[in-house]
Design a protein around this ligand. Structure first.
Ligand code: SF4
Length: 375
């Protein structure tokens, strides 16, 4: 029987109960199987993650998809909207960022948006299918910004009452501010590590990796979900990408949300001449993140505009389950609304509902959400 032969030839020897020399399982296969059996682990070594990352790309993609299907409803993709509520004029020197006041990018410094405009934008985002609304402010931190911070607490409360998940990215936080955001109903706080600890000083010199980790600790301790990922295409090596994933995957609790961004090089920034990220690099990053942090929402974030629909389909297959919709991602262009709706139809994707559970560990809540989604 031809079909029996072809199925058998696709099975790994361990499944068939014998070993021979014609097939050797990739690290992606081995680690994905372990993840499916044991659930999220926090004792990943860097060589383990590197070997997953270096697996043959189609094998990595396939096993990312296996873990994804085990941990999530694979058809669901969450739509999020990220609004820049305070644009430009930032004192930091992040080499990729057009909002830094140190670079001549043409982005003008603006004041904090008023409540009516922010709430209006959130309503529009909700009507367009977003279930998570993220507000970004171009600040080093929120220290000494009491008036603005209190305004943002109001925005958080109101948007949460609209039945949306609410996320903020306002720079470094102090412990007390994290607690106040939690009290206001904040779902998640975004603070990216951007890259590996080793490569980080090439990208940012005005605050340290450890300061970033400290903010993540405050966020987690306050009971807010952590959203933390990075950017590829900054001139880093594969080892740096693995270093970033290793830091995230060995945190005491994996981030509930891991945005994977591809650099959108902006004229006037130090990284203006970086070559665009290739889809294969994105797939490697997404599938590896999915295998090492199975419960996280892996978000196909900035740079999606660089990819065609079939390329984005490969990212969803590899394990991405969220996108950012809306005209802009902070200050850079984003995918067209109609094109995104068409993509949902063509790929048979389903909009993922908001997860509004309070005071729970992210891995537990994600596991519960996946279980109910696949029930
Ligand atoms: S990434 Fe954030 S902190 Fe860095 S320069 Fe841009 S706005 Fe400022």
């Amino acid at each position: 029987m031809l079909w029996v032969r072809s199925i058998r030839s696709n099975l790994r020897p361990s499944v068939l109960g014998f070993h021979c020399c014609w097939y050797s399982a990739s690290a992606a296969a081995v680690q994905a199987e372990r993840t499916i059996k044991e659930g999220p682990r926090h004792d990943w070594t860097r060589p383990e993650i590197k070997s997953v990352y270096d697996s043959p790309i189609l094998d990595l993609l396939f096993h990312g998809a296996q873990v994804h299907r085990h941990a999530h409803n694979f058809r669901e993709v969450q739509q999020c909207t990220l609004l820049s509520i305070k644009t430009g004029g930032c004192s930091e020197d992040c080499a990729y960022c057009p909002q830094s006041s140190r670079y001549g990018t043409g982005v003008k410094a603006q004041r904090l948006m008023n409540k009516d405009s922010v709430i209006e934008a959130a309503k529009k985002a909700k009507e367009a299918g977003s279930t998570r609304f993220c507000m970004g402010a171009a600040w080093r931190d929120t220290v000494g910004r009491k008036t603005n911070f209190n305004q943002i607490l109001e925005y958080v409360k109101e948007i949460r009452e609209m039945g949306m998940e609410v996320c903020c990215t306002l720079g470094m936080l102090e412990k007390q501010q994290a607690l106040e955001l939690k009290k206001a109903g904040l779902t998640a706080y975004n603070h990216n590590l951007d890259t590996s600890r080793e490569y980080y000083p090439n990208i940012i010199t005005t605050r340290s990796y450890d300061e970033r980790l400290q903010t993540l600790d405050f966020v987690r301790e306050a009971g807010i979900n952590v959203c933390c990922g990075g950017i590829i295409g900054l001139g880093e090596t594969a080892e740096d990408r693995v270093g970033l994933l290793h830091t995230l995957a060995t945190l005491p609790t994996h981030p509930e949300s891991v945005p994977i961004n591809a650099l959108v090089a902006v004229k006037g920034t130090p990284l203006e001449d970086q070559k665009p990220v290739e889809i294969w690099e994105m797939i490697r990053m997404i599938a590896t993140a999915r295998i090492v942090m199975p419960s996280a929402m892996v978000r196909l974030s900035a740079g999606r505009v660089l990819f065609s629909m079939p390329e984005q389909a490969l990212c969803f297959l590899a394990g991405a389950n969220s996108i950012f919709t809306g005209e802009k991602l902070l200050t850079t262009p984003n995918n067209d609304y109609d094109a995104d709706q068409l993509m949902f139809n063509v790929l048979g994707l389903l909009p993922r509902p908001p997860s509004l559970v309070d005071d729970v560990d992210a891995e537990t809540s994600q596991a519960a959400a996946s279980a109910s989604a696949s029930a």
